[in-house]
Design a protein around this ligand. Structure first.
Ligand code: AMP
Length: 420
């Protein structure tokens, strides 16, 4: 029969004990490291549904953005309601806080989960990918900006990212953003014939996006275009300097051409990039979205957030191994399976820091040992008829420099396991 394949741009993740540097294991370990950091920064977890009313994304991420315009996975459900697989996490979080009427309080939140965008798959770009995110809700511009950048620095350190660069910019308030966009449009329109075709389209829908163009022709025209730094207030420029001064040992660059692909950002924005990633060089990005609560029908609530691309972060992370001692428990005779399993169950409960694998499959001792070696187990515990009758077990070291094997009483093996 014809085989069924996974959908384009959607990958399966499968952990392998014997290969901690596999893409899947790096992704799982990256997620664990991030959760540890989120807890250290005193954040609470929020989990919202993967499916939302399509309107939520039209009104937040914005109809002029590529994400909504071209990449949204939208369907009619059985009730003919148009629903979308979420392309990002912030809109759902904001919807949830408004729905629960929790806008009167401060919230420090994190989330983790799959997102979907119908993009052209390439290196570092999938149609289903995982994002972790942080949202600090209720906090005005100031300390919250520093807290976000501090978190980015902690992520870089914990995951041992080589030569990370943090780019920051300020889009000003709504008024300065609008006046800059108007002037940019007026300036660019007469140059339309020299711009990339896609940028002409962006110019009409959201002129800010033109700044992000990868086209050399467009960048040439932009050289003499109005600059956002001439439109934003001195306070906004000071905010950028404050971030740089607070973290003097970090590679933080003020980049006035930095814009984000989602429409809801106003004020301070940032991105972390790594040369190791190639063309898709950003592995996290975020910024302030002080208007979004009102735009989604809630009360005014200042907020700042970021989203971290797990696949991209895992790819450049040099520190994702979380190896624990692995013990493989082998039962050699069918007749003693239940009694032997009971011993395994008791031993396993003695030490929560070890990985204890009971070899459940059939096969000879030789094949079980081969498997344990492949999985890089440190010890094998072997139990056959003879051992069970004399209430002993065989402990065999599988470490490279040590192949000792000894008979231990049940009490001795209990002590040994507890001591690892
Ligand atoms: P964004 O929500 O567009 O600001 O993206 C935040 C981060 O998510 C990016 O910096 C990427 O690391 C990651 N990301 C966005 N789109 C994709 C994708 N299609 N595939 C993999 N990672 C992505």
């Amino acid at each position: 029969m014809k085989k069924i394949h996974s959908l384009t741009g959607m990958i399966d993740l499968l952990g392998q004990k014997d290969n901690e540097s596999s893409q899947s294991d790096k992704i799982f370990n990256t997620e664990k490291s991030l959760i540890k950091i989120f807890k250290n920064y005193s954040l609470n977890e929020i989990r919202t549904p993967a499916l939302e009313d399509e309107q939520l994304f039209n009104r937040s991420v914005g109809e002029s953005s590529d994400i909504v315009n071209k990449e949204l996975y939208s369907f009619q459900d059985k009730n003919e309601k148009t629903i979308s697989l979420r392309p990002e996490g912030t809109a759902g979080v904001v919807r949830s806080i408004i729905e629960k009427k929790l806008e009167n309080d401060f919230h420090r939140l994190w989330y983790l989960g799959p997102m979907w965008r119908y993009e052209r798959p390439q290196k570092g770009r999938y149609r289903q990918f995982n994002q972790a995110g942080v949202e600090l809700l209720g906090y005005k511009e100031g300390l919250a900006e520093l807290e976000m950048i501090s978190m980015v620095i902690s992520i870089n350190a914990e995951l041992n990212i080589k030569n990370p660069k943090i780019k920051i910019n300020h889009l000003g308030d709504n008024e300065s953003k609008e006046s800059f966009c108007n002037d940019l449009k007026t300036f660019l329109e007469p140059h339309a014939k020299n711009l990339d075709k896609r940028d002409v389209d962006r110019l009409n829908k959201n002129p800010l996006r033109v700044l992000d163009s990868k086209s050399m022709d467009t960048q040439k025209v932009l050289k003499s275009a109005p600059k956002i730094s001439d439109y934003i207030s001195q306070d906004s420029l000071n905010m950028l300097e404050t971030v740089k001064e607070t973290f003097p040992n970090e590679n933080i660059e003020i980049d006035h051409s930095l814009v984000r692909g989602l429409d809801y950002y106003t004020g301070f924005i940032f991105e972390a990039v790594s040369e190791d990633l190639g063309a898709q060089d950003a592995y996290l990005g975020g910024g302030r979205y002080d208007q979004l609560f009102e735009e989604l029908g809630g009360k005014k609530l200042p907020a700042i957030g970021m989203a971290i691309g797990i696949e991209r972060l895992a790819e450049i992370s040099k520190n994702t191994s979380s190896r624990q001692t692995l013990i493989s428990f082998m039962i050699l005779s069918d007749k003693i399976q239940q009694k032997a399993y009971k011993i395994a169950h008791d031993l396993r409960s003695l030490n929560k820091d070890i990985v204890f694998e009971v070899s459940l499959g059939e096969g000879s001792l030789k094949s079980k040992l081969r498997r344990a070696n492949k999985d890089k187990a440190s010890y094998a515990i072997i139990l056959g008829d003879e051992e069970l009758a004399s209430e002993t077990i065989l402990l065999k070291s599988l470490q490279e420099d040590n192949s000792d094997q000894k008979k231990l009483t049940l009490n001795e093996i209990k002590k040994f396991i507890s001591s690892i």
